[in-house]
Design a protein around this ligand. Sequence first.
Ligand SMILES: Cc1cc2nc3c(=O)[nH]c(=O)nc-3n(C[C@H](O)[C@H](O)[C@H](O)COP(=O)(O)OP(=O)(O)OC[C@H]3O[C@@H](n4cnc5c(N)ncnc54)[C@H](O)[C@@H]3O)c2cc1C
Length: 385
Amino acid sequence: MNDQCDIVIIGGGPVGLALALALRGSGLTVHVLEARSPEGAASDPRALALSYGSRLLLDRLGVWQDIEQVSGIRTIHVSQKGALGRAVLCASELDVSELGYVLPYPALHHALQQALQASDITYLTAAAVTQLQSEANGAHISYQHGGTDHILTARLAVVADGGKLLEASHPFKVTEYGQSAVITHITCQYPKPDTAFERFTSQGPVALLPYMDGYELVWTADHEQAQQMLQWDDATFLAQLHAHFGDRVGNFTGVGKRSCFPLRLRRAPDTTLPHTVLLGNAAQTLHPVAGQGFNMGVRDAWELAQVILNCTPDALGAEAMLADYRKSRRLDRNAGIRFTDGLVRMFSNDLPLLSSGRAASLSVLDCLPFAKKFVAKRMMFGANG
Ligand SMILES: Cc1cc2nc3c(=O)[nH]c(=O)nc-3n(C[C@H](O)[C@H](O)[C@H](O)COP(=O)(O)OP(=O)(O)OC[C@H]3O[C@@H](n4cnc5c(N)ncnc54)[C@H](O)[C@@H]3O)c2cc1C
């Protein structure tokens, strides 16, 4: 079977679904091909910290009010273990109601999926793309669905698959951090509602994101240590976390199911190929230290939708349109990658000189309102503002 359409979105993760929703009602024929079943995302253990800017975009997509189980972040406390210096960012100082939000990946995915199922977009689940050929006359997408092989030809293919499909054929630049993140839900003695903690340690950052009765924990360590952390019994895990994080929320009292993700920076040198755009994690996979991955991906999706909606019908997928997209994302993308990578490199070590420099930077950030506003604005809205 060989079909044609205007746009094929490969991957119905949160970024691919956000793009599809932004194209609703455009008159373009859009197909989303998602490998998982409709319930497949329900078991994804990740919690996401969403920026205020992402909330505004999800509002524009009409899904924000349908996301269940969201907790707000009004204060972010940044510190480093074993050294002076800390910075506190508060929503009230920055004239916003919240700095960000914490929610489970499945809750976000569910709301996006529900909205898409009620739209004019063709959304196929259990449809795994096996090959993409980006050619001068269009993109040819091979996929399997219902036990049959299919081919779709599109004027524009959008790769939003998280990064696997082109892994072998595209010259991605990869920086291995040698770290994994152990994630889980924890409860503690003295939770501070609405306050997120980011603590830098020589083994990597540890983040506590306020969620419901406790925190979503992101604890980074080298790969071997992270594997050991998965094996610890609950009491050992909670005691070790207390020793590592310190006393800011008292003793840790409960821990949920633990999962582990290896971390690296993987970026495509070019986010376009003929008749093809790479989006979200497929374009750049970031360390979660600053919670930027989805936030950057949804800005990718929004900008791409604007470029598509503003181009003339015959320009869809043409080089001029692709160049407009690259230009619109260059500054924000490069700044986000540099910011995240810089944080990991600067803070994941215990060199005395760097430690003093970090202490000074955090104190300066804490004391200078304009510096705080600059950093907070970047984290909330990206470099394009
Ligand atoms: C531990 C951890 C914590 C994180 N915390 C944050 C945070 O606090 N804030 C934040 O903004 N980001 C965070 N991130 C990053 C965030 O999870 C990603 O940036 C985001 O999920 C990217 O969305 P995506 O849609 O691009 O890719 P994905 O979420 O990976 O979705 C890709 C989709 O494509 C589908 N797919 C894959 N291959 C195929 C194929 N061949 N055919 C069809 N479909 C396919 C998959 O089934 C999936 O549904 C974190 C990441 C990790 C690992």
